[in-house]
Design a protein around this ligand. Structure first.
Ligand code: ADP
Ligand code: MG
Length: 292
């Protein structure tokens, strides 16, 4: 590639809020055949809302919400924020929690008045030997609608389920289609459960969903694709995504992403719009074609 062509390409990108950090990135982007996209905050807006509440062992909605609020108030997860803003609107009284712990990709736990409580995904609650049979069907229904069911339990009993849903970004579907038209395989990567991921995969017509991935395992999933000969671009926004962005042939950080993600990426999109990632690939193809 001639330096002048690269400069022109990079300059054109910058005009459109596509910051390309190196000539290598622009060249590599031209030959990717797989794009891996993070779900929360990248395909979706990352501002989930509570949609449904189901009581199991809890006596009342207020009791469940009091415990949920106590567990989630120290968590920085977007799912926690959904619960907290819901509780705040309903003026749920704050109660104390001790020994709070956050288990990445799983949930949170702590003690209220000396009793252990848990909040998290199905797997996390199952690991605590809590019987969830009565709620599995209900929870699957939520997942099939693309919602994320969160389980709340005391040491021995499932108290209830709070379903939370995130809105897809308006251009996500179109961007997926464009990638596919360019002959690029589209893969979604998420820590969310496989059923919810599948519902969203179908809505967006994504080729493949890799779900239930723990935060520190995202980069391994990229490596697996690469070892099968794929040239991979990864698009993400979070701290969790930084190692995967670094591992990918081209890492693309999106929008209001975290500093770590922006640092680990080869390309930074100023706006939070996946169509800009499509534009970046088109730009690289146009630039490299001009040189050849
Ligand atoms: P994502 O990739 O969607 O950002 P994470 O890897 O952070 O997801 O989390 C995976 C799953 O772990 C969530 O879908 C949720 O079920 C559970 N989880 C994580 N943090 C919390 C929390 N603070 N409260 C309840 N559940 C949580
Ligand atoms: Mg994310």
């Amino acid at each position: 590639a001639t330096p002048v062509a690269i400069m022109v390409g990079t300059g054109r990108g910058a005009e459109h809020g596509i910051l390309i950090k190196s000539a290598e990135a622009l060249e590599a982007l031209c030959s990717i055949n797989t794009v891996v996209i993070d779900k929360t905050g990248t395909l979706t807006q990352g501002k989930p809302q509570v949609t449904d509440i189901v009581l199991c062992g809890a006596e009342s909605e207020e009791e469940l919400l009091k415990i949920a609020q106590a567990l989630e108030k120290n968590s920085e997860h977007p799912l926690a924020e959904a619960i907290l803003s819901y509780c705040k609107e309903r003026e749920i009284p704050l109660i104390e929690i001790d020994e709070f712990r956050s288990i990445p990709g799983r949930g949170v736990e702590g003690y209220i008045k000396g009793m252990a409580y848990f909040a998290g995904n199905e797997q996390f609650i199952k690991e605590k030997q809590i019987d969830i049979n009565m709620a599995v069907e209900l929870s699957d229904n939520f997942s099939n609608e693309g919602k994320t069911p969160l389980y709340f339990a005391s040491a021995h009993t499932l108290l209830g389920i709070i379903a939370v849903a995130d809105v897809l970004k308006p251009t996500s579907r179109q961007a997926v289609q464009k990638f596919k038209q360019m002959g690029i395989k589209v893969v979604m990567l998420t820590g969310d459960n496989p059923k919810t991921a599948e519902a969203i995969r179908l809505q967006l017509e994504i080729d493949e969903a890799i779900a239930g991935v723990l935060p520190h395992e995202k980069d391994k999933k990229i490596q697996e694709l690469q070892s099968r000969g794929q040239k991979v671009a990864m698009i993400g926004d979070g701290i969790n995504d930084a190692p995967a962005l670094a591992r990918a042939d081209v890492g693309i950080a999106i929008g209001a992403g975290t500093d770590v993600a922006i640092e680990s990426a080869d390309i930074v999109l100023i706006r939070s719009d996946l169509m800009d990632a499509v534009a970046a690939v088109e730009l690289s193809k146009a630039t490299i074609r001009n040189i050849k």
